[in-house]
Design a protein around this ligand. Structure first.
Ligand SMILES: Nc1ncnc2c1ncn2[C@@H]1O[C@H](COP(=O)(O)OP(=O)(O)O)[C@@H](O)[C@H]1O
Ligand SMILES: O=P(O)(O)OC[C@H](O)CO
Length: 626
């Protein structure tokens, strides 16, 4: 069949929905289907998906889209190949012998491994990890999610001990199941996904013994074979359903896929995808750049020759902030309404929403921040909060671009955008204003799915090179030119940075239970039927560093803070838990001249003391300052 008569299917398995699109050789979607699936929130900060539901959502989308495709007079046999793109880091475990999942997938947004991360950071060798794998130790990567399961889920630990534990990111799980599971045992992951686990060396794109040793899993877990993102054979063929026997020939993590879909093939090109989260990838060419300013180094794509790398800035909450307004606060019925609600007011009315639902990711990496809304007065309307929600992703994008400029030494001249939230004109205009460069939004916004289609199509000759892709999705895009002055933008950004500083220190300082170690799980909160209960165990991470035998005295920790020379701190009766007599109330007095900056620092210090109070279970702690 002539390439022009052949089509490419693309599975886009995202955080909140799954899509299947069928593209023609001009990169136009001719049929598609999208379904949402359950989001499972068993505790604050926890986020799970049912791995079998992910597979079912893919199968449903394929069946529906292919029916539509055939109804248009096409033959399903004209679909030459299928590409897969997927949410990254989300961690799936299954039994290598039976192919059955052993736990719900832990989603990339989930912060339950916080204690494990804190402990890992104290181990020898922790500081060197990022230079090997490009990622900082955080709750975000798959590695710490796997360690959490090993520590807390007996079924997972038992499989680990038996030697039958299989681990994979969503790409590996889908490829495995679509090929027929344990019977076919096609167990592979593409470089862009595998490099998000913290197990893979960024230069060699192979599992790294130092990393596997660090996490205590070397030789003990079945890991998928790492293969290029575009390959005619490695990913096998779909075993059943509407696309039975069609080969899977491309696979990319969704953010890499969006870069490919935007055709960001040259160093210096960048794209920002505003989906559930928001991810800015900047092509740095054939050598990875390890960031000194809070960004990640990642594989942009690996099409069989030399891999291409990117600097990545990631924001945990973008469209999910909009969903929060919809689902949790009942602001509107559909995400598309956020734009009009935000336009119902002139500006944010002084509101700044640090949407740190999973802490703050790049470039801040603040684990102990929580979502914090500043500037509320009697004047505040829903519209102000809607604006502040959209602006939060734009402010973080600005912070990421500043960091990228420092790392790369180059300033970006235009930002290409896509993803659900990029449909908001107001958000995109705000973005252009804040970064003072034009924002380009293509007409066809399914660039993530297009990227996987390109990877798959290149493997089988639908397209033979990048030059043949040049005209795809070029016409009809929108450009948002900056309208604010740099001074106005800088002033707004200054407010945001102040809000970020003040959003720190909330994790562990509230009255919610420590679910990781103590509580029995309640019925999980989901958008569908309840999930299976989680089996609890004590937290033990393999090869943990010995705990410090004596907790430092609270007073030492407080006075080592950065309060500045003008402040005096007097600490009375401030002792650690063991030394505290039952009825005594320790008091900290802090005095001195406070200018504005000091006051902020002081506030942070007081937050730390409050946290210590919780951590060390001090019965009462009176804080006073004047
Ligand atoms: N018109 C819109 N304005 C603002 N946000 C939107 C709009 N449409 C969708 N969204 C947001 O975009 C997100 C979905 O985008 P998508 O790119 O499909 O994400 P994912 O791949 O992470 O599932 C949702 O969180 C939704 O709230
Ligand atoms: O589902 P998205 O589009 O927000 O992407 C999720 C990312 O891949 C997580 O790293």
């Amino acid at each position: 069949m002539h390439p022009a008569e052949r089509f490419v299917g693309s599975i886009d398995q995202g955080t909140t929905s799954t899509r299947f699109l069928i593209f023609n050789r001009d990169g136009e979607p001719v049929a598609s289907n999208q379904v949402e699936f359950r989001q499972i929130y068993p505790h604050p900060g926890w986020h799970e998906h049912d791995p079998l539901e992910l597979v079912t959502s893919v199968e449903t989308c394929i069946e529906t889209a292919v029916r539509d495709f055939e109804a248009q007079g096409h033959a399903r046999t004209s679909i030459a190949c299928v590409g897969i793109t997927n949410q990254r880091e989300t961690t799936v475990v299954w039994d290598h012998e039976t192919g059955e999942p052993l736990h719900n997938a832990i989603v990339w947004t989930d912060t339950r491994s916080q204690t494990i991360v804190t402990e890992l950071k104290q181990r020898p060798g922790a500081a060197a990890l990022q230079s090997l794998c490009g990622l900082p130790l955080s709750t975000y990567s798959s590695a710490t999610k796997l360690l959490w399961m090993l520590a807390h889920v007996p079924k997972v630990k038992a499989a680990f001990d038996r030697g039958t534990l299989a681990f994979g990111t969503v790409d590996a799980w889908l490829v495995y199941r679509l090929n027929g599971g344990a019977a076919a045992n096609v167990f592979v992951s593409d470089s862009t996904n595998a490099s998000r686990t913290m197990f893979v060396n960024l230069e060699s794109l192979a599992y790294d013994d130092t990393l596997l040793d660090f996490f205590g899993i070397k030789g003990k877990v079945h890991l998928p074979r790492i293969v290029p993102s575009s390959d005619p054979r490695a990913y096998g063929t779909i075993a059943s359903g509407a696309l039975a026997e069609i080969p899977i020939t491309g696979c990319l993590g969704d953010q890499s896929s969006a870069l490919v879909g935007q055709k960001g093939f040259s160093p210096g090109m960048a794209k920002n995808t505003y989906g559930t989260g928001c991810f800015l990838l900047y092509n740095v060419g054939e050598k990875p750049v390890i960031s000194k300013h809070g960004l990640l180094a990642t594989v942009a794509y690996d099409f069989g020759g030399k891999p291409v790398y990117a600097l990545e800035g990631n924001i945990a909450v973008a469209g999910s902030g909009v969903k929060f307004l919809q689902n949790n606060l009942d602001f509107f019925q559909d995400s598309t309404e956020v734009n009009d609600l935000a336009l119902s007011v002139e500006d944010n009315g002084g509101c700044i929403f640090v949407t740190a639902f999973s802490g703050l990711f790049a470039p801040y990496w603040i684990d102990d921040a929580k979502g914090t809304l500043f500037g509320i007065t009697q004047y505040t309307q829903k519209g102000h909060i809607a604006r502040a929600t959209l602006e939060a992703a734009c402010f973080q994008t600005k912070a990421i671009l500043d960091a990228m400029e420092k790392d790369s030494g180059k300033a970006l001249s235009e930002l290409a955008v896509d993803g659900g939230m990029s449909n908001s004109d107001l958000a995109m205009q705000t973005q252009a204003d804040l970064i003072s460069i034009p924002v380009y939004r293509p007409q066809m916004r399914e660039t993530t799915a297009l990227g996987a289609a390109i990877a798959a199509g290149l493997a089988v000759g639908i397209w033979r090179n990048f030059a043949e892709l040049r005209d795809i999705n070029r016409a009809g895009g929108a450009v948002f030119e900056p309208q604010a002055t740099r001074e106005e933008s800088a002033a707004k950004f200054g407010e945001w940075e102040k809000a970020v500083r003040m959003s720190r220190g909330w994790v562990g300082s509230d009255n919610t239970k420590n679910h990781e170690t103590k509580s029995e799980p309640p019925e999980p909160k989901t958008n569908g039927t309840p999930a299976a209960p989680i089996e609890k165990r004590d937290v033990t991470v393999p090869r943990a560093a010995p705990r410090q035998s004596q907790s430092p005295r609270v007073s030492e920790l407080v006075t080592s803070g950065s309060l500045g020379a003008t402040l005096n701190i007097t600490t009375r009766t401030l002792t650690s838990d063991a030394e505290l007599p039952p009825a005594k109330t320790p008091v900290i007095s802090i005095s001195g001249d406070l200018n504005d900056a000091d006051e902020e620092d002081l506030f942070l210090e007081l937050r730390k003391v409050e946290i210590l109070q919780k951590l060390k279970k001090l019965r009462k702690l009176k804080l006073s300052y004047y």
